[in-house]
Write a protein that binds this ligand. Structure first.
Ligand code: NFS
Ligand code: SF4
Length: 637
């Protein structure tokens, strides 16, 4: 059944080893299911099937023959655009729901009803002032309360049609004006997602142009009611990340310790697991282990890596292989990007799969409901369950790949500015901008997103990053891409050796000024996918400093191996910002020439950015570089 060799599935030697071990242990994993799924439905890939009503499913002949219309009369353009809008709304909904939880959590912490604190008071004040909440003469609890109310207002109908506070306060006025002119300025996160579902149901919006623009609007909902709001609140509660050194890959698991992986997205759970894994070490020792080794998978992995230096076990496609090591005692999950197969894989070993979130159910898993009010008790229960599971290890099934790589994280915008301040305390952005102008930094590239069974994991993102660094681009990463680039060795000081001479000199100067003991890594880890907001903030800061629009910057975005609906809506936001946005595959829209043209061409004239689809990393790198050079030439630098 399996036709691809391990090295064609994943560039990483540790995962390749685990692919082989999984086969030997008789475990079915994502790559097997991928093979079994071939050939995948051509109608689905082109986005020309519809089941939005019970007369369907309908599908359109992709070769221009019959049927050319669904039963209701919808043509390929309408069907593709409707499907894409549903995908985009799905992506935006996940981030909005996540962000909404952060508002609730800050409130509970402020009211003393949950065991969390306001950790970063400076950030609390900075965010409050940015969105127009007065801070003077107020206690931090009062500010937090008022800030939470302000955030709720972004989720409430506004009768004056006012733009979202988190949007308006995060971007230059020029963007707000542009988005307003194009008709994509959102006013209420919840309403817009509800409207997208309504609009795409049978018999409502049949205009593919309008529907495509609604997709662009979903990007703004995702970014400002989701990402930006979520990052702000998480930083306030858990602290704004600062540079931290850790390691990546399955070699971070330790044979003689209780190994716990946190996987999912919402740090309220994982932060408590970090705390209790530390506190319950003596119990682990009593159980015969040398201690507790925590590691992270997917975005919750990024969150605890950024704030605590918890090592990265890996990205989305790593989750099953972490279990296949036979050394993982518990995998603790909440929401998003959790494979339902985990229980089946875990059944071949001793690993406990622990679900915790009210909407994150999994048949066969152990469910320990995690609530803010009882976070400490819940986290203890979870860690103790892992300690119990350790006793059931099957020694002959344990094989931890001896592969791990140094990886740095913690590069919030605040941390980057602090690092630059070591070069110019009064005007920290100046050294960055001066080096961009001088060409030492040829361009800024935000590289984000997932990994996807259809690609070789790391097969696009890693060579693309390597080529861009070699050509002088500084890369900012978030999401699962960070795990892939981290374990490939691109997120540590040594990676600067692969950078262009100019970039390497800049990285060395920043490293020296900050006594890092080496250059700054050329790929800077900004966090989870929610933290992609940080990439946006940095670009806004640089554009404002230069007095130009974001679309005029020598910059680009890329999600080389996108998988989730979230990656689609985040990509739409990057386009809205004005960025050339590279993606490794089209998000099922090839069945409509019109929708494809809007996304990859027309949007540029409206918002400044556009999508660019390419799965060859070298071709993608060259196109991104040509774009950056064009922008440099236009700026006269
Ligand atoms: Ni982003 Fe994070 Fe990973 Fe993709 Fe999934 S974990 S929010 S969606 S797969 S990067
Ligand atoms: Fe078919 Fe139209 Fe119903 Fe879609 S909405 S399933 S195209 S009849």
């Amino acid at each position: 059944m399996t036709t691809r060799k391990p090295e064609d599935k994943n560039i990483d030697p540790a995962i390749q080893q685990m692919i082989v071990k999984g086969q030997q242990d008789g475990v079915t994993v994502c790559y097997d299911r991928y093979e079994a799924m071939q050939p995948q439905c051509g109608f689905g890939e082109l986005g020309i099937c519809c089941r939005n009503c019970l007369q369907g499913p309908c599908r359109i002949d992709p070769f221009g023959g019959e049927p050319s219309h669904g039963i209701c009369g919808a043509d390929a353009d309408t069907i593709v655009a409707r499907n894409l809008l549903r995908t985009s709304a799905g992506g935006a909904a996940t981030h909005c729901d996540h962000a909404f939880e952060t508002i609730e959590m800050l409130l509970l912490a402020t009211e003393g009803k949950a065991p969390y604190q306001i950790t970063d008071v400076d950030k609390l004040k900075a965010v409050a002032e940015r969105v127009g909440v007065k801070t003077s003469g107020k206690s931090k609890e009062r500010i937090a309360h008022d800030l939470a109310m302000k955030a709720y207002a972004d989720y409430s109908p506004s009768r004056e049609n006012k733009p979202l506070s988190w949007l308006e306060s995060s971007v230059p006025p020029e963007r707000v004006e542009t988005w307003k002119k194009v008709g994509i300025l959102p006013t209420d996160g919840d309403l817009e997602i509800r409207r997208a579902m309504h609009e795409t149901s049978n018999g409502v919006d049949h205009d593919p142009v309008k529907l495509s623009l609604q997709c662009a609007k979903m990007g703004l909902i995702d970014a400002y009611s989701g990402l930006k709001l979520g990052t702000d609140f998480q930083d306030i509660v858990f602290g704004t990340p600062r540079p931290v050194k850790t390691s990546a890959n399955l070699g971070v698991l330790q044979e003689d310790k209780v190994n716990i992986a946190v996987h999912g997205h919402i740090p309220f759970l994982s932060e408590k697991i970090v705390e209790w894994a530390r506190k319950l070490e003596p119990e682990a020792k009593k159980a015969g282990a040398k201690g507790i080794q925590l590691c992270g998978i997917c975005c919750t992995g990024n969150e605890v890596l950024m704030r605590h230096g918890v090592p990265s076990a890996g990205n989305y496609l790593t989750q099953e292989f972490a279990v296949i090591t036979g050394a993982l005692d518990a995998i603790v999950v909440d929401v998003q990007c959790v494979m339902p197969s985990l229980v089946d894989v875990a059944n071949c070993y001793h690993t406990k799969v622990i679900t915790t979130h009210e909407i994150g159910g999994m048949r066969g898993a152990t469910h320990i409901p995690f609530a803010a009010e009882t976070a400490d008790e819940d986290a203890q229960k979870i860690v103790r369950l892992a300690i119990e599971a350790f006793k059931n290890r099957i020694p002959e099934k344990v094989q931890i790949p001896n592969v791990k790589t140094e990886m740095w994280g913690g590069f919030s915008v605040e941390a980057i500015i602090e690092a630059l301040a070591a070069l110019d305390a009064k005007d920290p952005l100046k050294p960055l901008v001066d080096n961009i102008k001088a060409g030492n930094i040829r361009g800024l590239v935000g590289m984000v997103g997932c990994d996807n069974t259809r690609f070789k994991d790391g097969g696009i993102s890693v060579p693309l990053a390597e080529e861009l660094i070699k050509e002088g681009c500084l890369i900012y990463v978030g999401g699962c891409c960070a795990h892939a680039l981290g374990r490939a060795g691109l997120m540590c000081p040594d990676a600067a050796a692969g950078a262009s001479d100019g970039l390497r000199a800049v990285l060395q100067a920043i490293g020296d000024a900050n006594k890092l003991g080496g250059p700054l890594p050329p790929v800077l880890h900004m966090g989870s996918c929610v933290d992609n907001s940080r990439v946006g903030d940095l670009l806004v800061a640089v554009a404002n400093y230069l007095g130009v629009r974001i679309q005029d910057l020598p910059a680009a975005a890329t999600a080389p191996e996108l998988m989730h609906e979230k990656a689609v809506s985040i990509g739409e936001w990057a386009v809205d910002l004005g960025l050339l946005t590279h993606i490794g595959m089209a998000p099922f829209c090839g069945g409509s020439g019109l929708v494809t043209k809007i996304l990859t061409d027309d949007l540029e004239g409206l918002v400044g950015g556009k999508f660019y689809v390419e799965s060859d990393p070298h071709v993608a790198a060259q196109t991104i570089l040509a774009h950056i050079d064009k922008k440099r030439a236009a700026l006269g630098i």
